[in-house]
Design a protein around this ligand. Structure first.
Ligand code: SAH
Length: 351
């Protein structure tokens, strides 16, 4: 029988499990605290009886990611981790240091099935969802390895978080819990390519996180060409969902816009983008696109990005250009994982 990973359980689920083996409810709280203090074995839970520790070890485990590879940027100290999961799959996380604190970008799936044309993470398709444990352990291992306290989380690594909805919600509840990692919802951003149904669900969860929407083109037909998700959840439906989300949560939405030369950086696009979001509580984040070897998209000129930004500002939108961090360490999403998988394939072929 497969063991239960306790790091994947919310406090309520852990309480139910502890009650089901006939233990007192306060034991669940003790165990929960130990897990997020970073213990890797039940023997370290010194305030539990030996019998209970043995009982736990027999039925349960504590998820543990292994650092397979680590790259540190010489330019800005950004750290990219490649983690190995218990089944051998690989995922990435990136730790960035800003004046206001340390931010980690975590993965939510092994691969992705959304098919965005400019993204390296989706090239091999979706392998599987990450468990809540595998999402949270990216943060715990990065903190332990770097010695840096992480204050902010962005769900912008490999995968589409709203395509792994249940585990992502569990992860959010655990990471926010005072006995978990105690990171405030206001310090967490979740980025989606626009899974409309789940945006309505997320609004109902009432978690004051920041929702980020990957828009990348304000014209539906053009957007559909680079983001296949638009065929299922068309831009007008996405806009309806965003208005509903704003009405329910009152929380400003962040709009991600990767600047691709000659594709979406024209004056026409700026005007259309402004028209789309005028009067809505949003902030536009312009991202100079990362070049991906397999993709032929090229970053917009710095001058053009500035012009685009100024036009949006003139049209009344709040805009920033994202700083490019870790440009010397295969920075684009999914690139490190992809290059290591390719190396491993080469080795298998040679052997
Ligand atoms: N699936 C989610 C989160 C992961 S991607 C989403 O789509 O939002 C995180 C952000 O990086 C998204 O805005 C995505 O569109 C963007 N992105 C992907 N590939 C990129 C690239 N090559 N350059 C710049 N941004 C990229």
């Amino acid at each position: 029988m497969e063991k239960i990973d306790l790091k994947a359980l919310t406090p309520d689920e852990l309480s139910a499990l502890i009650a089901s083996v006939g233990e007192a409810p306060f034991r669940a709280k003790q165990i929960f605290k130990w897990i997020y203090r970073g213990v890797s074995s039940f023997d370290e839970m010194t305030d539990l009886s030996k019998t209970l520790r043995e009982k736990l070890a027999e039925k349960c485990t504590i998820g543990n990611l292994i650092i397979e590879k680590k790259q540190v940027s010489k330019i800005d100290g950004t750290i990219k981790y490649l983690f190995r999961l218990s089944d051998g799959n690989l995922i990435e996380s990136v730790l960035m240091s800003y004046k206001h604190g340390n931010t980690i970008c975590v993965s939510s799936q092994v691969g992705c099935r959304m098919g965005c044309r400019f993204c390296a993470s989706t090239i091999g398709g979706l392998v599987r969802n990450l468990t809540a444990s595998e999402i949270i352990d990216q943060i715990m291992k990065a903190e332990a390895d770097s010695g840096k306290k992480i204050s902010n989380i962005v769900m912008m690594g490999i995968g589409e978080p709203l395509d792994n909805y249940e585990n992502v919600i569990k992860f959010l509840k655990i990471v926010n819990h005072p006995d978990g990692l105690g990171i405030g919802y206001r310090h967490i951003s979740l980025s989606t390519c626009g899974i409309v149904d789940r945006i309505y669900d997320l609004a109902k969860e009432n978690l004051p996180i920041t929702l980020s929407i990957s828009l990348h083109n304000p014209f539906r037909e053009e957007r559909k060409k680079i983001m296949p998700v638009d065929a299922i959840y068309p831009l007008p439906k996405l806009m309806e969902a965003l208005r509903a989300y704003l009405a329910v949560t009152g929380r400003r939405i962040s709009v991600e816009y990767a600047m691709i030369r000659g594709e979406n950086d024209t004056d026409e696009c700026a005007k259309e983008l402004a028209k789309l979001f005028r009067g809505m509580l949003v902030h536009i984040n312009l991202i100079p696109i990362n070049n991906v070897r397999e993709r032929d998209f090229v970053k917009s000129d710095t001058k053009q990005i500035k012009r685009f930004m100024e036009q949006l500002e003139k049209l009344g939108l709040s805009v920033t250009v994202r700083r490019e961090l870790g440009s010397d360490i295969s920075a684009a999403c999914g690139q490190l994982r992809k290059s290591v998988i390719e190396e491993q394939k080469q080795e298998v072929i040679k052997a």
